[in-house]
Design a protein around this ligand. Structure first.
Ligand SMILES: [Zn+2]
Length: 153
């Protein structure tokens, strides 16, 4: 696992909070921003994009990963993800997004869940961000390597 510096982590969290401004959420009015840090130190943003046909809505996390993959980033090149909402609490990824990230990320990949009140100054108190991992959020998961397992007929 590549080490992420404190300033990279703060930049990533700050980017996910800014990414909320890209949200198209006229129906729920629940903005979500996501930011992915890549191995080559790029930050890729995503936001939730809703649709009048509600089922066509896509979450911020999947928007960011679809962008990353279609911009040429590969499975295993993602160092960390931050996900932000407007609530003064953490905004945890939905089940579909956890599984979507499972396709491209290691289980020990850090996921940061800042409160909307997060600032660099408050980060020092460690009370306005949850630091977790994909493996914690998606235990006993099914991933690409499971399809390589031998089948018994
Ligand atoms: Zn989701």
């Amino acid at each position: 696992m590549t080490t992420i510096t404190a300033s990279e982590r703060q930049e990533l969290i700050s980017s996910s909070l800014k990414a909320r401004d890209l949200s198209y959420s006229p129906y729920s009015k629940f903005r979500v921003g996501a930011a992915i840090l890549t191995k080559d130190k790029q930050i890729i943003l995503g936001a939730n994009v809703e649709n009048a046909s509600y089922g066509a809505t896509i979450c911020a996390e999947r928007t960011a990963f679809v962008k990353a993959i279609t911009e040429g980033h590969k499975q295993g090149t993602f160092l960390a993800v931050s996900i932000s909402g407007d609530i003064d609490n953490h905004c945890s990824p939905c089940g579909i997004c956890r599984q979507f990230m499972r396709e491209f990320c290691s289980l020990d990949m850090p996921i940061y869940l800042p409160y909307s009140s997060w600032t660099k100054e408050k980060d020092i108190e460690r009370t306005t961000v949850i630091n977790t991992t994909l493996g914690t959020l998606l235990p006993m998961s099914f991933g690409p390597e499971d399809l390589d397992r031998e089948r018994k007929s």
